[in-house]
Design a binder for this molecule. Structure first.
Ligand code: ZN
Ligand code: ZN
Length: 240
């Protein structure tokens, strides 16, 4: 399994950056996870959108889905020329104009979920978890039978965070706050929480959804003594 970071910021990017978007390649299958601002042009440097097998959208906040609107235009142009292969889109059932455009999109095979397990072509399994965020949000564990990758989406503390860390090889986690700014009623975890979960479950983690108000040095200073935890780097590919 290989994970490429297309965009690591939220709720908006630093100059030249993009918001949440990740490409997972498992046994030749391409799984796009979230599609935030600026991710479409980075995606097409690596794969053609028609080569995406599955698109997982954790929730319909714009920093995770704003480029899905242009992806729909891309597929519209293909379908107008007779193309008819639809990628599977897994997302929560949610309101709002963008969610409605995706859920009713004639170019996607859409599955709205809040939990449970989905098997794709007997090769990949997707285990879905409900997360703690102001709008319906899913976390996902993706397994190819050998390795398991987990993504928290946006979330604060809840039992699903434990479920995602347990028995996963690598967890891509929402680290939008440093502990000094975190609160239990806020919508995100802190970097320090991710370090604690990574220690507890003995796996590896990548901290993403980086808040542009922090410098890279500020976050790296907090994680520097944790060898199993790293800060997401845009454009980098990680082998799981
Ligand atoms: Zn977000
Ligand atoms: Zn969000």
């Amino acid at each position: 399994m290989q994970l490429t970071i297309l965009g690591k910021y939220g709720p908006f990017p630093k100059q030249g950056g993009a918001t949440s978007s990740y490409l997972l390649n498992c046994n030749g299958k391409n799984v796009l996870i979230d599609m935030g601002a600026g991710s479409f042009s980075r995606l097409i440097k690596i794969v053609k959108p028609e080569d995406l097998d599955v698109i997982v959208l954790s929730h319909f906040h714009f920093d995770h889905t704003s480029d899905v609107g242009v992806l729909i235009y891309y597929f519209q142009s293909l379908f107008n020329k007779g193309y008819d292969k639809k990628p599977l889109v897994i997302c929560p059932d949610s309101g709002g104009a963008l969610a409605e455009s995706v859920i009713s999109c004639p170019y996607f095979e859409v599955l709205t979920v809040s939990g449970g397990e989905i098997t794709f072509h007997d090769e990949l399994s997707f285990e879905i978890f409900e997360m703690k965020h102001p709008v319906p949000t899913i976390g996902v564990k993706i397994s190819d039978g050998e390795k398991t990758f987990a993504y928290t989406g946006d979330t604060n503390l809840c039992y699903s965070v434990d479920d995602l860390f347990e028995n996963s090889d690598l967890v891509l986690a929402d680290g939008a706050f440093l502990r000094k700014d975190w609160g239990e009623n806020l919508p995100h975890l802190s970097v320090e929480h991710i370090l604690e979960f990574t220690e507890k479950y003995g796996n590896k983690s990548i901290i993403s959804h980086i808040n542009p108000k922090y410098t890279q040095e500020e976050i790296e200073d907090v994680i520097k003594n944790y060898k199993n935890c790293q800060l997401a780097q845009e454009g980098k590919t990680y082998t799981i």
